[in-house]
Design a protein. Structure first.
Length: 213
């Protein structure tokens, strides 16, 4: 049974949008790391590297899923893996964000650092939100697809049940018993056959010459 064309189009749209967002996020994170490597703290650099790694992985994995043949279990397994990484890192950043130190040389530097952390915090939940949305749609589609696969099987089992009930019905059994009954034989059939055989022999003896007999 072929998959729904509408669902495959929606899957393509969600994966393409998520890949584009992650690609833009990879570029921005690379620029932030390059410009603020000296002034950022160790914890901030660690989180930025983690975000850069998971977004790079997402940018690679989603197009690969679009290229291979669609399988519900494969999409579910890869989606679960990406969600674990994205949600884990984003939740960790939420917990550690208040404790990340910002440079206090000037008020402007401190304000830029805090604003940047807020932007990172908001942007870190965009890819997992799209993946969660796709996960809900994938679960619903998998359930409906499984129900559609069960319908032909139930129809076949119903046909078999009708046939078995017809086979065990009294009328059908009566027809079979009628077909299986042997043909009636007459008690005089054996005598009639012997009489015909004797007449055939007598006619044959009259036609043959005497030296043959």
């Amino acid at each position: 049974m072929e998959h729904s064309a509408l669902f495959l189009k929606l899957r393509l749209a969600v994966f393409s949008l998520t890949t584009l967002i992650c690609l833009i996020w990879v570029i921005l994170l690379s620029c932030v790391l390059f410009l603020r490597w000296d002034v950022s703290s160790l914890s901030e650099r660690s989180f930025l590297l983690l975000f850069l790694g998971i977004d790079t992985l997402t940018t690679i994995m989603l197009p690969v899923l679009l290229l291979v043949k669609f399988r519900t279990w494969l999409d579910g397994a890869r989606l679960l893996l990406l969600l674990i990484f994205h949600i884990g890192i984003a939740a960790s950043f939420v917990v550690w964000n208040p404790t990340i130190p910002c440079p206090d040389d000037t008020p402007d530097d401190q304000g830029v650092c805090q604003l940047l952390n807020v932007y990172i915090l908001i942007a870190s939940w965009v890819p997992p939100s799209l993946l969660i949305l796709y996960g809900v749609g994938l679960s619903s589609y998998t359930w409906r697809y499984a129900c559609q696969l069960r319908r032909p099987l139930s129809a076949i089992e119903g046909t078999r049940g009708v046939r078995s009930s017809l086979w065990g019905s009294p009328g059908f059994s009566g027809h079979l018993s009628y077909l299986e009954d042997p043909l009636p034989t007459s008690p005089d059939t054996g005598g009639l056959d012997s009489h015909r055989e004797s007449r055939r022999k007598s006619r044959l003896e009259k036609r043959l010459p005497e030296h043959v007999i």
